[in-house]
Structure formats: C-alpha cells, structure tokens
Design a binder for this molecule. Structure first.
Ligand SMILES: *[C@@H]1O[C@H](CO)[C@@H](O)[C@H](O)[C@H]1NC(C)=O
Length: 197
C-alpha cells in the first residue's frame, strides 16, 4: 500500500509530462498513475518482449462485452485485467470473475477495489505471466490484447480451454478462428468465439 501511494504521487523527479501530471491530479492518481508504467511481457516460444499497455476499457467496450456474454454463466477470466473494470462488470452480471495481470500496481489497485465493494469481493486478481496461467478452469475468457500476442494466445486457448468455452476478444481478433459474433468496429470491435471440442 505504501509503495502504491508513493508510485502514484506526482512529484518533481518523476519525469512525468505536465499533461501526465494533469491527468494524475484530475483522476485522483491511481489508475492513470500506474498506466505510465509499462512492464515487458514475455511471449513464448520466441521469448519476444511485448509491452501490454494499460488502456482502460471504455464504456462502449464494457457494454459490448456484456452484450456478447448474455446467456453465459460460470467462471470468467480477464487476461490483462488492468484496473479490473471488465472483471467487475462480469461480477455484476453474476459470473465468478477473476483477472490476471502482470503489472503489480494494477493488481493491488484491483484487489483494493474488489475488497471495498461487497459485490466484487469474490473476484481474485492474480499477478501472473499469462503464458503460465492455466485457462482450464474458466468457461469464459476475455482478452483485450495486442496484435503480436494473438497467434500464441489462440494456440494456448485451443490447448487448454474445455468444450463450450466462450472467448471474447477486443481490439485484436484471434487470427485463425471464425467468430460466432462480431460487434462494433475499429478499436471497440468485440469478437466472440466458441470453443467446441
Ligand atoms: C460440447 O458442448 C456442447 C454445448 O454444451 C454440447 O452440445 C456438446 O455435446 C459438447 N460436446 C462434447 C464432445 O462433449
């Protein structure tokens, strides 16, 4: 917690631009403060480093994720859960929703937010490399990805997910699978896939 507050406190030596400082003040610091940190991301098997930037989900994206998840239930994992917004939206819809995120600040932030709201208290946030995270327990998977990771991610999903798992991708689609539903366009596009085994 102490670390968290220090990290988000704007100060003269932080090297954050005036615009960045303005955003930190305007939003109360936490979510935008951590967005400046970009943690390299190890992608197997090539061991390329991918920066998975934290871009908060927009209201439109949240609504569309909720829309394509209509009629679904059970467990949900959000890959790269950021500030936890997708996980909390899913929890409100009745899912047992968890998040996995590499950025420790975002994990602490999400855990605190979950702890503060009884509706979200069952949600768990794992600080874990997604490539080492087991997707099997989850019959709903949400990913807001970057293009470079989608090929490897599709392979991982096909290896690990059980029959009747739904994958919801935003920003970038899975490269080979055919979506059962596509909603929206541009950066707000949501693709829904069904794993049948
Ligand atoms: C996979 O799930 C679907 C939908 O629940 C079901 O109809 C189908 O029989 C399942 N397939 C197998 C192989 O279990």
């Amino acid at each position: 917690m102490e670390e968290l507050l220090q990290g988000s406190e704007p100060n003269q030596s932080s090297g954050i631009s005036p615009a960045g400082k303005f955003l930190i003040y305007a939003t109360g610091g936490l979510a935008v403060g951590v967005s400046i940190i970009c943690i390299p991301f190890t992608v197997l098997p090539a061991l390329r480093k991918v920066c998975l930037p934290f871009v908060p989900a927009t209201t439109v994206q949240l609504e569309r994720v909720a829309q394509v998840l209509a009629g679904r239930s059970g467990r949900l994992i959000d890959i790269g859960s950021g500030d936890g917004r997708i996980v909390f939206t899913a929890a409100k819809l009745g899912f047992k929703a968890d998040g996995v995120e590499l950025n420790p600040w975002l994990v602490y932030y999400s855990r605190i937010a979950a702890w503060l709201n009884p509706q979200y208290r069952e949600s768990r946030f794992f600080r874990r490399d997604l490539w080492k995270f087991d997707l099997k327990p989850y019959n709903n998977i949400v990913i807001f990805g970057v293009e470079e990771m989608m090929q490897d991610f599709e392979k991982k999903v096909l290896n690990e997910a059980n029959n009747d798992t739904v994958v919801v991708a935003c920003r970038f689609p899975l490269p080979n699978m055919i979506p059962v539903e596509t909603v929206g366009s541009g950066v707000d596009t949501i693709w829904k896939y069904e794993i049948k085994k």
